[in-house]
Ligand binder design. Structure first.
Ligand code: KG4
Ligand code: ZN
Length: 342
């Protein structure tokens, strides 16, 4: 059956790291969002790029098939295929982009190449309520930490970012030092709930202006754990909840201080958080009370649209479709793909 009534039906594909995901949106409304996680990396304590791309290859066909089925559309009805073109792991990006290009070529429909970080920001528009423009977004993920002034769906300006490690990396590396399995961020969050956030002090890295730095914090966690564990081999075990709560408290505090500074500097009154780390309960609570104290409007995407997903890719694809922003079949993945005013 063809799409005769001219609905805009977008298939979104996400494969930038270790989640294979496909989603369908019709006229900007999400109809399905299927995510296959990769447990293969757990025993290595981090994402192994080669294993990630092999797992994407195994998962992409069933994931896309299920997304179409759940949305109740056939591939012949699609208006365009949108996929993450970057930033991300080259081998992982190659699977989604090659699949997306081939499918679109076979169907004779356009391709849309989506910036993963832009899509994280646009996750705010998948469900209501959503912010109006302009708004300020703190995007925090495994590879990025950015303060973004969002002028329009596709017009974004990075006004601050990390000069070394991302917030997600600070969570994951600290978790690894505590002996927690990968990805450690959600586990730190879990143990932090019953811990004392003021139990331990860690270095609060300073970065100029609206930028962030987390490498000094990571080193501080490492040296502190070594020192405290020297005469007490079960130190981490005995203080796991307090350690997690203190680590989380420090990271969240650094993030929110810069967000506050950016809001004051830009005069923003609508604020959002996005990306995998925005699933963190401490950050979500801290963000909400910061906004409440300043009478700013707070926006947080639903939990499932914070971590990597194709719903945000399909939605961004929809906005790009409306602008006629299509790519050529010669396009190739961009492991580094800065977000800027487009
Ligand atoms: O956006 P995302 O899913 O993938 C990237 O684009 O990187 O973010 C993944 C990051 C990982 O570092 C993961 O540990 C972190 O988000 N994360 C969390 C939580 N859920 C995911 N960090 C802290 N608390 C959480 N609940
Ligand atoms: Zn992401």
């Amino acid at each position: 059956m063809s799409n005769k009534n001219k609905d805009v039906i977008i298939l979104g594909i996400e494969s930038s790291c270790d989640d294979t995901s496909a989603a369908v949106c019709i006229n900007g409304e999400l109809k399905s969002n299927v995510i296959a996680n990769q447990s293969v990396h757990e025993k290595y304590g981090g994402v192994v790029p080669e294993l990630a791309s092999r797992a994407h290859q195994q998962q992409i066909v069933p994931v896309v098939h299920t997304a179409l089925e759940e949305a109740g559309v056939t591939k012949e009805q699609l208006s365009a295929v949108a996929f993450t073109v970057g930033p991300g792991l080259l081998g992982s990006l190659l699977v989604g982009s090659t699949f997306g290009k081939s499918l679109a070529l076979g169907l004779g429909i356009p391709i849309i190449t989506v910036n993963h970080m832009q899509a994280h920001v646009l996750a705010h528009f998948i469900d209501d309520p959503s912010p109006s423009f302009p708004f300020l977004c703190l995007t925090v993920s495994g590879g990025h930490t950015q303060l973004v002034l969002v002028h329009d769906y596709l017009k974004m300006e990075v006004i601050g970012e990390t000069i070394d490690d991302a917030a997600g990396e600070a969570f994951d590396k600290s978790a690894k030092m505590l002996g927690l399995k990968y990805p450690g961020g959600p586990l730190v969050d879990k143990f932090a709930r019953t811990g004392n956030p003021k139990a331990f002090e860690f270095a609060r890295p300073k970065a100029p202006g609206l930028n962030f730095s987390f490498s000094g914090f990571k080193t501080s966690v490492l040296y502190s754990l070594r020192k405290w564990g020297k005469d007490q081999p079960t130190f981490v075990e005995d203080h796991l909840e307090d350690l997690c709560a203190s680590i989380q408290h420090t990271i969240v505090d650094v993030l929110l201080k810069k967000l506050k500074q950016a809001a004051k500097q830009t005069g923003s009154t609508q604020l959002g958080i996005a990306g995998g780390v925005s699933a963190n309960s401490g950050l979500r609570q801290g963000f909400e009370s910061l906004c409440k104290n300043h009478q700013w409007e707070a926006f947080i995407p639903a939990f499932q649209y914070c971590t990597d997903n194709a719903a945000m890719i399909a939605y961004t694809g929809y906005q790009m479709y409306l602008k006629g922003d299509f790519a050529d079949q010669s396009v190739s993945p961009k492991p580094r793909f800065p977000l800027g005013i487009v």
